[in-house]
Design a protein around this ligand. Structure first.
Ligand code: HQG
Length: 180
């Protein structure tokens, strides 16, 4: 598996595990897990061919730790980023003082008005460091970073979770929680 195969396979796996398992008739449980063997077989039918060893490499070297195995490695799921309804059983956690959300400049005025919404995903995604937020924002154009008063939100009753790969998640960030 070369780097370009790895990227292509990774993208495909993200798509089926986060957004559209039905596309390849993959059975997913309520917590987002699918059988590894089923994923390998059904992907191959779509000409996305990889072995368990390839998958091991994708899981362990993925830059954002997007995927995780269960204990005996018979099942796999995405750690976050889903648009389909799954219960990832995140545990509530107290956030640090500040968290960051990277977006594109063209969305800024709308976000200042309406707050940060989860849009098509299950949660709003926030990061602990500015660099990650800049990367996230740059996906969509010239980046703009919102500094979120996360601890104040938490103190006022907003719930936060942290995914396996360190992404902070919450339902909504009202504009009163943007640091000036
Ligand atoms: C924006 C990737 C207008 C929001 C990334 C974002 C991240 C609004 C876009 C993860 C808005 C939604 C998540 C409002 C929010 N008006 N625009 N009121 N509220 N938006 O992709 O945070 O590579 O669903 O700012 O790296 O960009 O997939 O969220 O620009 O970690 O693992 O609406 O996805 O990770 O976009 O990205 P997304 P996101 P992966």
């Amino acid at each position: 598996m070369n780097e370009s195969d790895k990227r292509r396979i990774g993208k495909f796996i993200s798509l089926v595990l986060r957004h559209d398992p039905k596309m390849i008739s993959l059975a997913m449980d309520e917590h987002g897990w699918v059988e590894v063997a089923d994923l390998i077989n059904k992907s191959a039918k779509r000409n996305v061919v990889f072995s368990k060893k390839d998958l091991d490499e994708i899981v362990s070297t993925n830059d954002k730790k997007r995927y995780a195995y269960n204990n005996d490695e018979t099942k796999i799921r995405a750690n976050q980023g889903h648009s389909i309804q799954v219960d990832l059983q995140f545990v509530e956690k107290e956030p640090p003082m500040f968290l960051y959300h990277g977006t594109a400049e063209r969305f800024v005025s709308e976000i200042k008005e309406g707050g940060i919404q989860k849009m098509s995903r299950q949660y709003v995604h926030l990061s602990e460091d500015k660099d990650t937020a800049i990367k996230v924002g740059s996906r969509r154009g010239k980046p703009y970073i919102f500094t979120v008063l996360a601890q104040q939100m938490f103190n006022e009753g907003c719930v936060f979770y942290q995914s396996e790969n360190g992404v902070w998640l919450t339902d909504f960030v009202a504009s009163k929680y943007f640091s000036k």
